[in-house]
Each structure stands twice: as C-alpha cells, then as structure tokens.
Design a protein around this ligand. Structure first.
Ligand SMILES: NC(=O)c1ccc[n+]([C@@H]2O[C@H](COP(=O)([O-])OP(=O)(O)OC[C@H]3O[C@@H](n4cnc5c(N)ncnc54)[C@H](OP(=O)(O)O)[C@@H]3O)[C@@H](O)[C@H]2O)c1
Length: 252
C-alpha cells in the first residue's frame, strides 16, 4: 500500500477523533476548489449554561484533557487560528499545537487599535509571525513597534462600530494564502462572526459545569423575522467528560 501524500496526511483524522472527518473533508475540498475566501470553523468551549469564562479579564479552563486534545487537533487542521484582542489580554495564549502531533496554524488577532501588549507571548511564537488585523484607528508608532517585534500588522477597513470589518479581514487572510481559519473566541468575536454570517462550520464543546459567567452569545444573531442560525444535521460526540456538538452552520 502507498503512503498517503503529505498533503492529505494533514487531513487524516482517526481513532477517537474520527468524528472530525466530515470537517476534514470539507477543509480539503475547500482547498482543492481554490476558493479565495477562507473556510471558517468556529470552535469554543462553554459550560452547560452557555458561559465561556467567569469574567472577561480571567481565563477559565473549561475543557477536559480529551477535548483539549481535540481543540489542538482542530488547530492542526487549519491554516490560521484567530482570536480577539481581549483573549490575548486575559489569557496571553500561545496559540500553538501542543497536545497532539501537527503543525502550528498561523496566529491571527483582531485588534482595531493595537491594544495587544508588546510583552504578549504570541509575539514570541515559535513558528509564525503573528498577524494582527487592525484599522486606521491604530497609531503608526505602535504598528512600527509591533512589526519590529516580529508581527505582521495588516490594516483593513473598519465596520460602522469602528472595529475590524470581518469581511475585509477574511479577504485579507485569503489574499495572504490562508485557506482556512479556526476562530477560537472570545465571546465578542463569536458573536460578531455569527452575526456577520461568516461561519461555515461549528464545533462547540459543552462541559458539565455551571459557571454563570460571560455568555458565548448575548444578542440575537439574526433579526426576529429571520430563522435562527442552526447547526445543520447536528451530531453529538462524548469526548472525555464533555459533549461536543458539531456540524455545518445554516438557517433552520
Ligand atoms: N471558552 C472558550 O472557548 C474561550 C475561547 C477564547 C476566549 N475565551 C474567554 O473569552 C474572554 C474574552 O472574550 P471577550 O468577549 O472579552 O473578547 P474577545 O472576543 O477575545 O475580543 C474582543 C475584542 O476584539 C476586538 N475586535 C476587533 N474587531 C472585532 C470584531 N469585528 N468583532 C469582535 N471583536 C473585534 C475588539 O477590541 P478592539 O475594539 O480594541 O479592537 C473586541 O473588544 C476571556 O475571558 C477568555 O478567557 C474563552
């Protein structure tokens, strides 16, 4: 039997992670079609009451060890891994693949005015220059300092609320050759990605915890006259102590 070529190996998921095969297949197909706009997977962990953390300024480890492994397997399937700047401020994440074999995705931060600290661990990423997507509201002085520390600062259009325009951000990531983006949060980014209807696929980890904190979604994603966004043909997988709901996103 011939070994799979390197290109396909990255999308091979087996064993306990075999339930990720439909997503891996979509990511591979999207790459083969050479679509300009990256495929967007939204993945977050929440308590049973829908909280992603206790407070915006503190990280809270919700996933069990097995779902942490799954998250890292998901990271390795994607070209880029995107978070909002508040997550960088509160968690100081590394955004690398550490709990499974695989390559690190390109880290991306949405940061309209360049609030990212110059001491952020991301600026010492072991394999990529982090991309910081910002707007013309950010000062050139901070952009220059971040570039000197190794960041790739990308200015795109801003939306009506002054934040990074998500369409423009995804177009820019596509033009940089990134074919898939895993969005990991936090809550504001989850909300705005869903409201802008830019999500192709969802993987939601539900931990058996009652947290009562920052909710993944605090506003409707659609107007009242529109059908709610739905994980179409949603499947459920028990992973360690958690439950994972997953599938493509559409309207009911
Ligand atoms: N459970 C999980 O899966 C998970 C995952 C990640 C994070 N978290 C938790 O989530 C919390 C942080 O979440 P958060 O809601 O405060 O912040 P966030 O979503 O991490 O970051 C939001 C910030 O990103 C910037 N941004 C730029 N353009 C944006 C756009 N178009 N839409 C949305 N945001 C945009 C905005 O700051 P500017 O206006 O300054 O640009 C905004 O305030 C932390 O407690 C963290 O631990 C949980």
């Amino acid at each position: 039997m011939h070994a799979l070529p390197r290109f396909d190996e990255r999308f091979a998921v087996s064993g306990e992670m075999a339930f990720l095969r439909p997503l891996a297949g979509r990511l591979l197909a999207h790459r083969r079609w050479m679509r300009e706009r990256p495929f967007v997977t939204l993945s977050w962990s929440q308590s049973i009451d829908g909280s992603v953390s206790v407070s915006r300024s503190h990280p809270y480890a919700l996933s069990c060890r097995k779902t942490l492994e799954m998250t890292h397997r998901l990271r390795a399937l994607h070209d880029a891994l995107l978070v909002g700047v508040n997550t960088v401020l509160s968690d100081d994440p590394q955004l690398t693949v550490r709990h499974c074999p695989g390559d690190d995705p390109q880290p991306v931060v949405l940061d309209s005015v360049l609030r990212i600290p110059e001491s952020a661990r991301l600026l010492n990423h072991p394999s990529h220059r982090p991309i910081i997507v910002t707007t013309d509201r950010a000062t050139q002085a901070k952009a220059t300092r971040l570039a000197a520390l190794g960041a790739s600062v990308q200015r795109v259009a801003r939306s009506a609320d002054g934040r990074v325009d998500l369409d423009a951000a995804l177009d820019r990531l596509g033009s940089l050759g990134l074919r898939s983006v895993m969005v990991e949060g936090g809550a504001e980014v989850i909300q705005s990605m869903l409201a802008a209807q830019l999500v192709d696929y969802c993987v939601v980890t539900i931990a058996p915890t009652l947290l009562g904190g920052v909710k993944a979604l605090e506003q409707p994603c659609r107007t009242h006259s529109e059908a709610p966004l739905t994980i179409v043909d949603c499947r459920y997988q028990a992973v360690g102590a958690d439950l994972v709901a997953y599938g493509p996103l559409g309207a009911r």
